[in-house]
Design a protein around this ligand. Structure first.
Ligand SMILES: Cc1cc2nc3c(=O)[nH]c(=O)nc-3n(C[C@H](O)[C@H](O)[C@H](O)COP(=O)(O)O)c2cc1C
Length: 181
């Protein structure tokens, strides 16, 4: 069954803003006369009442979705397991565009898929993010300089807007199907 007049929530965790920018780009792609899309930071969402589908995004930090994003799925799992859900993540490893970094992106994706037994996403978007060392504490800046020297990753905005739009187009139809209970 296709839902007319859908309402979709894109909820995101973001420490430095790049994941929020991706949430806005997905919103622009999915919004139309039949679809209202809201984007909200995780801290502003207390319930999911009125939404037909939810997209949840977070940066990868220390090889995982942020604790806040994982906690969000656990808190709202009873609702999330009844409606279409998609996840996405931002990370720096994908900015390298090597076979090794693509494999790492796939590992992040598989861990995320397996992280919640009862809330399974229709799709997981894997996006390269952005890193601005000047906005970090001295400790993090030093740690990232070290990691970047080791991996070859470069500071800057590596978000691929074409890839983000293509992923959004790809999930658009799938978010319209209501699961049979
Ligand atoms: C504390 C911290 C840990 C991170 N750990 C990883 C990591 O394990 N793997 C990776 O690919 N990127 C890692 N990153 C990079 C972020 O995922 C990337 O910069 C993302 O775009 C940041 O999103 P935000 O601007 O919404 O906070 C890390 C960034 C920070 C600040």
């Amino acid at each position: 069954m296709i839902t007319q007049n859908r309402k979709i929530l894109i909820v995101y965790a973001s420490q430095f803003g790049s994941t929020g920018g991706i949430a806005d780009a997905i919103k622009n792609e999915l919004s139309n006369e039949n679809t209202i899309v809201d984007t909200k930071p995780i801290k502003d969402v207390t319930d999911l009442v009125g939404y037909d589908a939810v997209i949840i995004g977070s940066p990868i930090q220390f090889d995982k979705w942020t604790p806040k994003a994982r906690e969000f799925v656990r808190i709202h799992r009873d609702t999330l397991k009844q409606i279409p859900v998609a996840y996405f993540f931002t990370c720096m490893v994908l900015s390298l565009q090597t076979e090794k970094s693509k494999r790492q992106g796939q590992v992040y994706s598989e861990h995320l898929f397996n992280a919640f037994t009862d809330v399974k996403p229709l799709a997981i978007g894997k996006f390269s993010g952005a890193l601005d060392l000047t906005r970090m504490s001295i400790f993090l800046r030093l740690a990232f300089r070290f990691i970047m020297a080791l991996t070859g990753a470069k500071e800057g905005d590596h978000r691929d807007w074409n890839a983000i739009r293509a992923w959004s187009k790809g999930i658009d139809q799938r978010l319209s199907f209501v699961r049979e209970s």
